[in-house]
Design a protein around this ligand. Structure first.
Ligand code: AMP
Length: 569
């Protein structure tokens, strides 16, 4: 079976295409969303999902979250005695989702369509694909998140659709796509985005606001405890921000070193402080409209996706920007996984999707660095030469011819970049291709550089030197190696050896982690009550009687709901 997976910054989801429609699959806790979090438990096993997320504030040194923000980089997360890359942690989340799907459907999951932010660069995409392989999945295709959402929206009522805009603000990234459906072809006309803008940035903003009020002198936190304090602030900010989606004001509350602190934030204050973030939403929207040649009046709908579009301040900004109310008929947290499942159905050639096709675009420009002569004849280095321009339909293949610059030059070096800036230094460096050339006078040797960009957004480069007949091919790798099939197999074996917390214990682990977190977040009588419940629950767990465990767990969850409000994903 091929599944569709939304591998999110905050939460992930898995879906399959069945009986003519995409369907979400619940995890071991019965939830449709699984927090993208990994934590090392007391017994040395790894927890994935809700229990891991709840350990973020109680055991920040043993827990990793939001690692999607560091996909394709060398950043390591140390959990206990081992260090993991963002790719490994993502592989653990994917493996957990795969296990859930296999348990739920009774079928073996062989392949997956995984979604990525449209703005993910080549390194981030390759890292995502490798994460899939590490989880034992054949990655059939990577699909851009707003494209997946558009696919879910586009097929949800069959028929042609005027261009619509998908506005996708998630936990960590912002993507915009303009899409049209015509004759069964779901066509992405343009995509743009900002892969450093999401709900987490609003949390940081709330944390800063509250911190200024709670700790005006900056004396509350001892050196060395800053990152723990930051986690506590971030978790409280998330609660406050969600509460502000429903109310005119909300209390920001933390407990730090046994003392409670709180600060009331009004919706108006929040909105004023959010303004710089809201302003950053404009650029990608304008760019996608300019690139697709579609004016506001030519858009039939603005479709909201991503959990962070639940914030009223974002909805108001969208209404102002487009002069109309946005459409929120798609479930903001489910749409991307459902769209991925549609793509999985297309891959599996599901009969219900016979007439549907999808065309996507490359959301950014790809090119190399060159030197150009200015009017005085002086060579200026570091100038970007685009080869595939942004919003070209993929798959795409483009070739550019370059000439040697120096007398008797023995090799030509191409640095490959992604971005829109004229100076290569301001773009993202993806890799390098070097070819030898026969020594000749400057300008006599030509070199052809071909960029091929596939439907998943992965780049391949061919360089040929007609004079010598030389041809070379590169697949740009993420720079941290580990790319060859043998290396992937070795890493997969290493991950397979890790002790994963048993799936059938997931609910108990999640309840315990939640109770521990609440214990730290409250003081006084409520704390005392939580401590007693944890002791009782642990005693019941030790007796291993399934019925009493289930009863007690339900009691603890209900009591915690009373104390802190219902749990959210
Ligand atoms: P996603 O990456 O699409 O799962 O979106 C996750 C983001 O949505 C996180 O930053 C959440 O804080 C945010 N989010 C989810 N529900 C709400 C809500 N009710 N109000 C404000 N933000 C929310």
């Amino acid at each position: 079976m091929i599944v569709g997976i939304d591998l999110g910054t905050t939460n992930s989801a898995i879906a399959c295409f069945r009986d003519g429609a995409p369907q979400l699959i619940p995890n071991a806790l019965g939830d449709l969303l699984t927090p993208s979090a990994v934590s090392l438990g007391k017994d040395g096993s790894l927890l994935v999902g809700l229990a891991a997320r709840d350990r973020q504030s109680t055991h920040p040194d043993l827990t990793a979250t939001a690692f999607k923000r560091h996909m394709g980089t060398r950043k390591r997360y140390t959990l206990g005695r081992r260090a993991y890359g963002a790719e490994d942690l993502s592989a653990l989340v994917l493996a957990s989702l795969k296990a859930d799907a296999e348990r739920f459907t009774g079928e073996t999951v062989t392949g997956a369509v995984i979604t990525v932010p449209a703005y993910f660069n080549d390194q981030q995409r390759k890292a995502t694909r490798r994460a899939g392989e590490l989880a034992g999945l054949k990655v059939e295709r990577l699909v851009n998140e707003p494209t997946a959402a558009a696919l879910a929206y586009g097929i949800h009522e069959r028929g042609d659709r005027e261009p619509f805009l998908v506005f996708d603000l998630g936990g960590g990234t912002f993507d915009v796509s303009i899409v049209e459906v015509f004759d069964g072809v779901v066509e992405v006309r343009a995509s743009a985005g900002d892969n450093r803008l999401g709900g987490e940035d609003f949390n940081d903003m709330v944390a800063k606001l509250a911190r200024a009020a709670i700790d005006p002198e900056g004396t509350l936190v001892a050196r060395g405890k800053e990152s723990l304090f930051h986690e506590v602030l971030r978790a409280a900010a998330e609660r406050t921000r969600r509460a502000l989606s429903e109310a005119e004001d909300a209390l920001f509350e933390i407990v730090w070193e046994g003392k409670a602190y709180s600060h009331r934030i009004t919706a108006a204050e929040f909105e004023a402080a959010a303004d710089p973030l809201i302003q950053r939403l404009r650029d990608p929207v304008l760019r996608s409209m300019r690139d697709s040649n579609i004016a506001v009046g030519g858009l039939s709908e603005v479709v909201l996706v991503g959990g962070a579009t639940r914030m009223p301040v974002v909805r108001r900004a969208v209404t102002r920007m487009f002069g109309r109310f946005p459409n929120h008929s798609l479930h903001p947290d489910h749409a991307v996984a459902l769209g991925a499942a549609v793509q999985a159905g297309l891959k599996a050639r599901d009969a219900a999707l016979e007439e549907i096709r999808l065309t996507d675009v490359c959301p950014f420009t790809l090119g190399v660095d060159t030197a150009m002569r200015d009017p005085t004849g002086r060579l200026v280095f570091g100038v970007f030469a685009p080869i595939i321009e942004r919003n070209t339909v993929v798959p795409a293949s483009r070739v550019h011819r370059f000439q040697t610059l120096a007398e008797n030059q023995k090799q030509v070096e191409f640095n490959i970049y992604q971005g829109e800036a004229r100076a290569v230094a301001d773009n993202v460096h993806l890799g390098q291709a070097v070819v030898p050339v026969p020594p000749r006078p400057a300008g006599e040797v030509v070199v052809d550089v071909r960029f091929s960009y596939d439907a998943s957004g992965l780049l391949e480069i061919d360089v040929s030197v007609p004079l010598s007949g030389l041809q070379r091919q590169w697949v740009i790798s993420s720079g941290d190696g580990g790319d060859s099939p043998e290396e992937v197999a070795a890493r997969r074996a290493a991950l397979a050896e890790l002790k994963i917390h048993p799936r059938d214990q997931a609910s108990n682990a999640a309840t315990l982690a939640r109770a521990e977190r609440c214990y730290e977040n409250f003081i006084g009588e409520r704390r005392q009550h939580i401590a007693e419940m944890i002791l009782t629950f642990e005693a019941v767990l030790a007796r291993q009687e399934p019925h009493s465990i289930d009863d007690m767990r339900a009691q603890v969850e209900a009591a915690l709901d009373q104390i802190e409000g219902e749990r959210f994903l």
